[in-house]
Design a binder for this molecule. Structure first.
Ligand code: TXD
Length: 317
């Protein structure tokens, strides 16, 4: 089978880790693009020189030339400024829209048939903008947020209950902002509803609810928690790993069910916006949006999150 080609636009913190993970997992040959001269070349050289030790066989090319992304099977966009302490993701819209416009024109010119995964913030607005400029079909362009937000939620639950994170199933819906919707009712440990386990632990439904609320809030603000600790830059290991799960599901046709920021056409009561929902990701890209019934409380939270996305996206017009 011919090797896949993966282009990563933006060779900063997330881009660098992504390039290394793509190489370690031999997902394909990597092209790392950035506007900073020498930086993507240096990172690719450094990663390539680890190939002997790590035992991978892919090529890595750092570049400042968009022509090098031509023929990529998948393009991952990380270009854009990260938050500083005290900033919201939405504060990045002005500067990152300009960057996303330039990047999207490069993709349109050299890779109009590739799958595109956008990571740059504010996520929901940046995917929308990238799709508008590139014209890439809705099944082939998605944003990464939900895999990470869900993983963060699962991590907090595993710490609270003292169980392996591998046995926690958790998912968040909605936008990638502080109004995201961690879905408690569908969260389980090896299939057992998480609230049942919290009630057993604390012997009280009220206390269990309080503990869950704290985890939901921590999940919503988890990106900011890392930003506050790092002081410069935002999370990058976990966003890169989360994106790899999506890349792998598409390139290997795994059909994993992953929360992804996708264009909705009526699903969950949303029409005409990119919002996070569970999807089947496979060789066809977004092969299916998985719909299920939300109760009134969940739908109200979803509506609030979607309203925040709409408010931001509408400022792009
Ligand atoms: O889960 C998620 N979706 C996210 C998203 C989680 C954490 C952070 N997330 C966002 O990803 C973050 O708010 C930023 O908007 C992006 C990238 O974060 P990263 O931490 O990688 O930022 P860096 O290290 O500053 O890297 C950005 C790179 C940097 O090397 C710039 O030179 C480059 O982007 N850049 C460009 N590349 C190509 N083209 C243009 N025009 C350009 N402008 C800057």
């Amino acid at each position: 089978m011919a090797k896949k080609k993966i282009a990563i636009i933006g060779g900063g913190q997330i881009g660098g880790v992504l390039a290394q993970l793509c190489a370690l997992r031999e997902l394909g040959d990597v092209v790392l693009f950035d506007i900073i001269e020498g930086m993507p070349q240096g990172k690719c050289l450094d990663i390539a020189e680890a190939s002997k030790v790590d035992g991978f066989n892919v090529s890595l090319k750092g570049t400042n030339n968009y022509a090098d992304i031509a023929g990529s099977d998948i393009v991952i966009v990380t270009a854009g400024l990260p938050r500083k302490p005290g900033m919201s993701r939405d504060d990045l819209i002005e500067v990152n829209s300009k960057i996303m416009t330039a990047v999207s024109e490069g993709i349109k010119k050299f890779c109009p048939n590739a799958f595109v995964i956008v990571i740059s913030n504010p996520l929901d607005a940046m995917v929308t903008l990238c799709q508008k400029i590139t014209g890439i079909p809705y099944t082939k362009i998605i944003g990464q947020a939900g895999v990470l937000d869900s993983a963060r939620f699962a991590t907090f639950i595993s710490w609270e209950l003292g169980v392996s994170v591998c046995d926690v199933t958790a998912m968040t819906l909605g936008g990638h902002g502080d109004d995201m919707v961690p879905l408690v009712r569908y969260t389980s440990v090896a299939g057992i509803p998480v609230m049942e386990l919290l009630e057993q632990k604390y012997g009280s439904a009220a206390k269990a609810k309080e503990v869950m609320e704290a985890m939901v809030n921590r999940t919503r603000k988890a990106g900011g928690e890392v930003v506050a600790l790092l002081k410069t830059g935002s999370a990058f290991y976990s966003p890169a790993s989360s994106t790899i799960a999506m890349v792998e599901s598409i390139l290997k046709d795994q059909k994993r069910v992953l929360a992804s920021c996708v264009y909705l056409n009526g699903e969950f009561g949303v029409k005409g916006y990119f919002v996070g929902v569970p999807c089947v990701l496979g060789a066809g890209g977004v092969e299916k949006i998985i719909q299920f019934k939300l109760n009134a409380e969940e739908q109200a939270l979803m509506d609030k999150s979607v309203a925040a996305v709409k408010g931001l996206v509408d400022t792009l017009k």
